[in-house]
Design a protein around this ligand. Sequence first.
Ligand code: GLN
Length: 223
Amino acid sequence: DVVIGILALQGAFVEHQAMLQKLSLKRKLHVVLVRTVEDLNLCDSLIIPGGESTTIALLARISGLLEPLRDFVKAKPVWGTCAGAILLSQSVQNSKKGGQELLGGISIDIARNGWGSQVESFEVGLVVQGLQRPEESFTGIFIRAPVVLDLRSSPDEPPIQVIARLPTNLLPHSLASLDENDPKTVVALRQGLHFLTTFHPELTHDNRFHEYFVRECVLPAAV
Ligand code: GLN
């Protein structure tokens, strides 16, 4: 059996749980809502949900989870959505005064609330190779989403693999000038066992990204 944890300190963890429970898999999957170090120790992999990254980091520190989470990220598959994506990044811009504690794990720079107030939230149809039924677009829900600023893996790290980009022809008007290779168009990526989406697959009725994480990151690490 495989145990997937969902960090349940704040944010959209219940929605992730519901998505995982709808997956039909050959191996039995247990879902644990992680609030303590004991919970985390049960898990083979982890999802960090969207919410407020500063709040999640603060609650993780108060719960004594910050260092155990950093160790977990070094060893096991982790998927961060939105605020969770910020926590998995190597460095963050636009964080509150005094900065923000991160877990690291993925070699990117990211900006909080990077789309600015004009387009704080939007939905866009993403075409994603590697998902089941790739010809069917996936509704990307972006809510005060972070923006990837730079991919910077060094030769001794696993390469970063871009999984999805915003189609530049569908970008919100104020962003229409972005080049299609600009890192800012990257909204889903992988590095080694880790997976990151700047949008919220758990707020749709489409669990193809959950299936992807389990198939590509969780099960290969669990053999
Ligand atoms: N803006 C939030 C943050 O900076 C992320 C928003 C989200 O998870 N929907 O943490």
